[in-house]
Ligand binder design. Structure first.
Ligand SMILES: [Zn+2]
Length: 295
């Protein structure tokens, strides 16, 4: 758990534990000798990365961005990824009950981003994990999930999102939208066509949960995009669009899959290198990490 403040808002990073992703899938065409210096792989070429959620207390609302992989994965999938199902206990340790949240936002609907939207009970029934919450996701992302395209159908599990549409708990968004004062979503396509970031602003300070636009602090170079990305060129262009605002305005960037640096300020040095500077004013249970640079 790591916590900081942004203006009047309290931001807390909590995760659903670590899981394994293939190193090649995470770095696409980037040669392994370059990326493994930043994120080392194990002897099966796997990276041990996090599923970071962000909880925001605005004073009027309690918001959760992303909900990890949840407890509904088929046994074989769970074994492959070695998911830990720790989001709810980590939320409790950080002082949050499921009933506290009135808003849940998913950047997209891959299983490792919306898994705890719902919970499978012992009797097999599927219930919303956050009973008071409205769940916000993009209508276009939901349509793509339903398409079950052979390229990425394994990433979509219907029980993570369809029951919430049926029950009326889901709010389907059509592009950029304000959610509540200080919280808005903005499309940054590339990972998926309707992938959205969440932009947070209080007292002229800004932060962004950018989802899989920039999954870890090792991915900050604009061309270091993932093999998973459906449109790498859109991803690169949208990173430049993001940096165009986030670097000069010093937005705090939250990384969805970084196991050690969940948030940082992105900057460029005089040689044009992209840098991720971890924040210093934070209450943390893990030791701080050195800044990671990428060319
Ligand atoms: Zn992801």
């Amino acid at each position: 758990m790591q916590r900081t403040t942004l203006g009047d808002f309290e931001l807390t990073v909590i995760n659903d534990g670590l899981y394994y992703l293939d190193g090649g899938a995470m770095f696409g065409v980037v040669p392994k000798p370059l990326w493994e210096k930043k994120l080392p792989a194990d002897n099966q070429n796997r990276l041990h990365v996090a599923m970071n959620s962000l909880a925001i207390r605005t004073g009027d609302h309690t918001i959760l961005i992303e909900t990890g992989a949840g407890n509904k994965l088929p046994d074989k999938t769970r074994r492959i990824f070695d998911t830990q199902q720790t989001l709810l206990s980590n939320l409790a340790d950080a002082g949050f009950a499921p009933e506290d949240f009135d808003i849940v936002i998913n950047t997209h609907l891959h299983f490792d981003h919306c898994g705890w939207n719902t919970t499978r009970r012992a009797d097999g029934t599927i219930v919303p994990t956050f009973p008071r919450a409205r769940y916000y996701y993009q209508r276009g992302e939901l349509a793509h999930a339903h398409e079950q395209h052979e390229r990425d159908r394994v990433s979509y599990l219907t029980d993570n999102y369809d029951p919430l549409v049926s029950s009326g708990s889901a709010i389907l968004l059509n592009g950029d939208a304000p959610i509540v004062p200080g919280i808005r979503v903005q499309l940054f396509p590339g990972h998926t066509e309707h992938h959205q970031a969440v932009i947070i602003e209080s007292q002229n300070k800004k932060a962004a949960y950018v989802g899989d636009l920039i999954p870890t602090s090792a991915h900050i170079h604009p061309t270091w995009v993932m093999g998973y990305d459906l449109s790498p060129i859109a991803c690169i262009n949208n990173r430049h669009r993001y940096y165009g605002e986030a670097i000069p305005e010093r937005w705090l960037t939250i990384f969805t899959h970084d196991p050690t640096t969940p948030w940082a300020y992105i900057s460029r040095d005089s040689d044009g290198r992209y840098l991720a500077e971890p924040i210093t004013q934070t209450h943390t249970q893990t030791s701080s990490t050195p800044s990671i640079s990428a060319r």
